[in-house]
Ligand binder design. Structure first.
Ligand SMILES: C[S@@+](CC[C@H](N)C(=O)[O-])C[C@H]1O[C@@H](n2cnc3c(N)ncnc32)[C@H](O)[C@@H]1O
Length: 189
């Protein structure tokens, strides 16, 4: 299956499960590249992608130099999983919830890159995903998340409970809808 076939597949799944997809189109390459620019380049190690969909961000991560054997993509939707496995046979595709990423036992993860619909997730789910992510990354890990909203996609009380700080990108106007990229790190206590 070619990467071009992602759009009809995405739109079909959006009609079937709008709440789980929570986007009107796959991310643009402009947004996907902006996400990849947030990767720490001063160290090696696995990269985890959450909610990989049809693989726009996956492609940008590979283009940025992540080795296929180091890339772990989590995706809930079976049709998207089949598409990812077809398009990216050398990466690790996990048909599993992002909340379960801790069960993989990965450590020294370089970054977690998320296309999950974080804004629409309850605080308890946000905490579970962020806890598992930072546990796998260690103290200098970064959790990269895009959002369409004007505010941080991580609820304030969640950011406080986990001692997270963030940086925010410029608006990526070449995405539908326009988006921003947030990078979360654990502050030194
Ligand atoms: C907004 S789409 C983003 C897709 C793709 N990353 C992109 O940017 O085009 C959200 C994706 O997250 C997946 N998803 C939603 N909840 C999930 C969960 N708890 N664990 C793993 N994937 C999930 C959906 O199936 C969908 O593919």
């Amino acid at each position: 299956m070619s990467l071009q076939s992602g759009l009809p597949l995405f739109l079909g799944q959006l009609i079937r499960s709008p709440q789980k997809i929570s986007a009107i189109a796959p991310s643009s390459m402009a947004l996907a590249r902006r996400m990849a620019m947030e990767l720490p380049m001063d160290r090696a190690g696995p990269v985890v992608e959450l909610g990989a969909g049809t693989g726009k961000i996956t492609q940008a991560l590979l283009d940025a130099g992540v080795a296929p054997k180091d890339l772990h993509a989590f995706e809930l939707n079976q049709d998207f999983v089949d598409c990812l496995r077809g398009n990216f046979p050398d990466i690790h595709v996990h048909h599993n919830k992002a909340q379960d990423m801790g069960q993989l036992g990965l450590n020294q993860v370089r970054a977690v890159v998320s296309g999950l619909p974080f804004l629409s997730m309850p605080g308890s789910v946000q905490i579970a995903i962020l806890r598992a992510s930072f546990r796998s990354m260690g103290p200098d890990g970064v959790y990269i998340q895009f959002t369409y909203g004007p505010k941080s996609p991580v609820q304030d009380r969640v950011a406080k409970a986990l001692a997270l700080t963030h940086t925010k990108s410029e608006t990526i106007w070449g995405n539908l809808p326009p988006a921003r990229v947030y990078s979360f790190r654990r502050s030194m206590l």
